[in-house]
Design a protein. Structure first.
Length: 326
């Protein structure tokens, strides 16, 4: 008999499409195993304040296709403090919660790692962030949907860019990482992709664009990761556009549309798979670890590694992206 009887589940940090599918999978897997499930609303803030809700199977009906998170989310300041974490632990104990599944990214797992070191409570993480920047997992929930949102928007911008012979700088999210930019840039045939992980790209961009103009390129789409350059896409545009001949320049910041929308099939499937695996891990007495995907297999990655080690982008993708955009 598993010693865990009642688990909590929360979402924290930036929401990501597919989080609801993960909540559904955690809830139903736990109920299947005879556990009680408590939804913790508003992330770690809800843990501190006792925003708890008993979850039955019907509470997660009709949500697999919905973006956002039915449990709400927050970037909790309180949980960064020892006092806040103490409050949180007391609320969990009062409610008899003896294991928690946390769905989120880097900040979420950093909090979970510290909490798990301070208090005797098993925590298992599910990677959920559009940024895909977590070490130890090939994919995070929401990344695929965000990529599809980006390419749909960029395809539309391409129509107007080529109609006017324009140079478009399009900023995508990703925090300090270039995963969204790199993959969406390849997928929409961007002429250049500017990411934080590669230095001096902007220095060479102007010459590259002039070359393209000589080759009679009618438009250029430059995907800029938000963390790649001071001022983001506006900053890059300012750096290259002075006296630019041939093209007029426009800048588009895609912003938070990248975080919303109905999750893709891949995100729904992955979220369901990871949600199931997370409860399995708790029942198996695992703790302080994230369930990730490595080469399409479930992998248990200690929070320590997931938050402290750096996930590398595949810079070689830029090489073929450059070749394909001539
Ligand atoms: O981590 C997800 C993310 O969307 C990042 O790509 C972005 O930098 C950040 O969150 C934006 O955060 P907020 O919604 O708090 O402005």
């Amino acid at each position: 008999m598993a010693k865990i009887k009642r688990i909590g589940v929360l979402t924290s940090g930036g929401d990501a499409p597919g989080m609801n599918a993960a909540i559904r999978a955690v809830t139903r897997t736990a109920l299947y195993h005879g556990l009680e499930v408590i939804g913790i609303r508003h992330g770690y803030d809800g843990m501190i304040n006792g925003y708890f809700k008993l979850m039955k199977t019907f509470h997660v009906s009709d949500i697999i296709q919905r973006g956002g998170t039915i449990l709400k989310t927050a970037r909790s300041e309180g949980f960064r403090t020892p006092e806040g974490r103490k409050e949180a632990y007391e609320r969990l104990k009062e409610r008899g919660i003896d294991g928690v599944v946390v769905i989120g990214g880097d900040g979420t797992f950093t909090g979970a790692r510290i909490f798990g070191e301070e208090y005797d409570i098993p925590l298992i993480g599910i990677p959920g962030t559009i940024d895909n920047d977590l070490y130890g997992t090939d994919y995070t929930i929401g990344y695929d949907t965000a990529l599809n949102t980006v390419i749909e928007a960029v395809d539309k911008i391409r129509d107007t860019a080529s109609s006017h012979n324009r140079l478009f700088f399009i900023e995508v999210m990703g925090a300090e990482a270039g995963f969204i930019a790199l993959r969406s840039g390849v997928a929409c045939g961007a002429e250049a992709i500017i990411i934080p992980e590669v230095k001096d790209q902007v220095k060479n961009l102007r010459a590259f664009l002039e070359e393209g103009y000589k080759r009679k390129k009618s438009s250029n789409i430059i995907i800029v990761a938000e963390g790649a350059y001071p001022g983001g896409a506006f900053g890059v545009a300012d750096a290259v556009k002075d006296d630019f001949e041939g093209y007029s320049v426009r800048v588009t910041v895609l912003g938070h549309i990248q975080r919303g929308g109905s999750p893709s099939a891949f995100d729904r499937f992955t979220a369901s798979r990871l949600g199931y695996a997370a409860v399995d891990a708790l029942l198996d007495d695992q703790q302080s670890a994230m369930v990730g995907l490595q080469n399409n297999e479930i992998a248990l990655v200690p929070f320590n590694k997931a938050v402290k080690l750096h996930k590398e982008v595949k810079k070689e993708y830029l090489e073929f992206a450059n070749v394909l955009s001539i």
